[in-house]
Design a protein around this ligand. Structure first.
Ligand code: PEP
Ligand code: MG
Length: 594
């Protein structure tokens, strides 16, 4: 990695959230209604160029509308596609175009400024007339005008994702998890966003997709332009615009080193995740969708430690039926049996919302109507899922867990619903595993404090450290401005983990970690030392964790945990973790090329 920007290139720094390096042309996605339009003077001599730009933008817009129309025609039929005929007509509206060129010439200004002023006036006039037809024309005009303006500014809208045809690096203010789940890996080489942090679900998805990603770039989406050539470094969190030959050469070396490490990791793929002194750790994978089954198998993971079922519910107009869910769950269970598949019941809310609205109407969505809270109120929805999981339980080794448990009552209510579903299935003559194991996620501090009560009622705990850290340290996991406070090795977090394993041990149940802490090879020894016996991470990260576990002695892990539990500084604890990881697995932490 270059220490500094070489002459001629520009380095933008953010948070590295998904490893890897890619290079290509940038495609900037802007938020709808978030376009600031520059205004500048253009002399008489520059008018021809401005008019030319307008014509280009109109042509580009026409092509885009035709492409969307074609997609809608394929997906929804001719009737719906004809809506776009009205959009195409806007492009040919002579009155509007005369207004724009007239304004440009009278005021000697640039085309995007003239365009935005003229269309705003035109839309306001049409919208004010009490005639339904004209009001609809105003709405069409608004849509098309926004698209033309984006094209004039060299930007695309977030809603244009399906129109990407060329491989590119996406740059956006933010990407919702549902949009990210739609990304086509063949076309999106990597992405960079202004917002977001390591444990946002968008970042988690990037790691599942195995594409490089950088978040927290502040205002990159405002400053960069579509078409610029760039290199995205997901190891170090850099977006390098117009990289020099020297930089490209250095990154070539980094790629070779990375490939060499991957080769070494492949050697442990079929080996057990067992410490040098014989303690077996269950090393499993987190999955968001069914396409990942092959990656789980290829990673050498022992089943699935977290199936985030909410992705079955996103990006669709209707909810998945019980049968559809049954098929999805049994497909994973059948493919991976006899290994376990832990299905987490629906965890919608927070940053994963059903509608495509970028912002939830809740003030604090992560503290709001989320996960088990929503399920216990939307009982039909929950019942459907429980029935699907129960029915699928005979097709493999399925376990189930509830997210966001904050108190005992939620488990009791959920379990009562499970019993109700079992009785109904039995009456219908449907088969299910009557002993389906049920666990809970420990991700709210209150759950840790009553862990002994919870442990009596469930078969396992899975620590959701992403949320546990967010709630215990009061640090929004999505906010890059305070990401320095989001500290997995904070002494408070380690004490919460220890309290959880102590309560679990007292009741003879096991504890796993399925939050991103489990995916960090530096932290795996600490978690094992604290008494965790299952680690679940994105498939791509499983081999590195296994590599380190196989070089670890439980005695060393316990010493590290003992130190961490009496140490007062999260930074010192992290340094100890890094020192141990480097000492036992130096090859895993080779510095990138310099
Ligand atoms: C967690 O909170 O650590 C977790 C695994 O759940 P999610 O990231 O889906 O909230
Ligand atoms: Mg969580």
């Amino acid at each position: 990695m270059p220490e500094m920007a070489q002459a001629g290139e520009r380095v933008v720094r953010g948070v590295p959230v998904s490893a890897g390096v890619c290079r290509g042309r940038i495609l900037v996605l802007t938020r709808p209604h978030d376009t600031s339009v520059p205004k500048y003077h253009v002399g008489e001599g520059g008018m021809a160029e401005q008019t030319n730009r307008l014509e280009q933008a109109l042509m580009q817009t026409r092509q885009q509308i035709l492409a969307v129309q074609e997609q809608v025609r394929e997906g929804m039929g001719t009737k719906d596609a004809s809506i776009f005929d009205a959009h195409l007509l806007v492009l040919e509206d002579p009155f509007l175009m005369e207004e724009v060129t007239g304004l440009m010439e009278r005021e000697q200004v640039n085309v995007e400024h003239a365009f935005s002023v003229a269309t705003a006036r035109y839309i306001a006039t049409l919208g004010a007339i009490s005639d339904d037809y004209l009001r609809e024309r105003a709405a069409d005009m608004k849509d098309v005008a926004a698209r033309i303006l984006h094209n004039l500014l060299g930007q695309s809208e977030v809603s244009d994702l399906p129109l990407i045809h060329e491989p590119c690096i996406l740059v956006a203010h933010d990407l919702t998890p549902s949009r990210t789940a739609l990304l086509d890996k063949k076309l999106v080489l990597g992405f960079a966003t202004d917002q977001g942090s390591k444990t946002s679900h968008t970042a988690i998805l990037a790691r599942s997709l195995e594409i490089p990603a950088v978040t927290g770039l502040q205002d990159a989406s405002q400053e960069l332009r579509t078409g610029q050539y760039a290199l995205l470094d997901g190891f170090n969190g850099l977006l390098i615009v117009d990289p020099t030959d020297q930089t490209l050469f250095e990154y070539g070396q980094l790629a070779r080193k990375h490939a060499a490490i991957q080769d070494r990791l492949r050697e442990v793929r079929d080996q057990p995740a067992i410490t040098l002194d014989g303690t077996r750790i269950i090393l499993s994978a987190n999955v968001e969708n069914l396409d990942e089954i092959a990656s789980v198998q290829a990673s050498g993971a022992q089943g699935v430690g977290l199936f985030r079922t909410e992705y079955l519910f996103l990006n669709r107009a209707t909810l998945p039926t019980e049968q559809e869910q049954y098929e999805a769950y049994s497909r994973v269970a059948t493919a991976l049996q006899p290994e376990p598949v832990i299905i987490r019941t629906l965890d919608l809310g927070g940053d994963k919302v059903l509608s495509d609205a970028p912002d939830s109407s809740e003030r604090n969505p992560f503290l709001g109507w989320r996960a088990i809270r929503m399920c216990l109120q939307e009982r039909d929805l929950f019942r459907n899922q429980l029935r699907a999981i129960l029915r699928a339980s005979v097709t493999g080794n399925i376990k189930m867990m509830y997210p966001m448990i904050s108190g005992l009552d939620e488990i009791l209510q959920a379990n009562a619903l499970v019993e109700e579903c079992k009785a109904a299935l039995q009456a219908e003559g449907q088969s299910f595993d009557p002993n389906l194991e049920v666990g809970v996620m420990i991700e709210i501090p209150s759950a840790v404090l009553i862990a002994d009560a919870l442990a009596k009622r469930v078969k396992f705990f899975s620590l959701g450290t992403n949320d546990l850290i967010q709630y215990a340290l009061a640090v929004d996991r999505m906010n890059p401005r305070i990401s320095h406070l989001y500290e997995p090795t904070h002494p408070a977090i380690l004490r919460l983990i220890k309290a959880t394993t102590t309560a679990a041990d007292a009741h003879g149940i096991w504890v796993g970690v399925c939050g991103e802490m489990a995916a960090d090879p530096v932290l795996a020894p600490l978690l094992v030392g604290l008494g965790v016996r299952e680690l679940s991470a994105a498939p791509a990260l499983v081999p590195a964790i296994k590599f380190i576990l196989r070089r670890l002695k439980l005695s060393e892990a316990r010493e590290l945990a003992d130190f961490a539990l009496q140490c007062e500084s999260g930074r010192e604890i992290l340094a100890r973790c890094q020192a141990l990881a480097k000492a036992i697995a130096p090859g895993l932490f080779e510095e990138p090329a310099s």
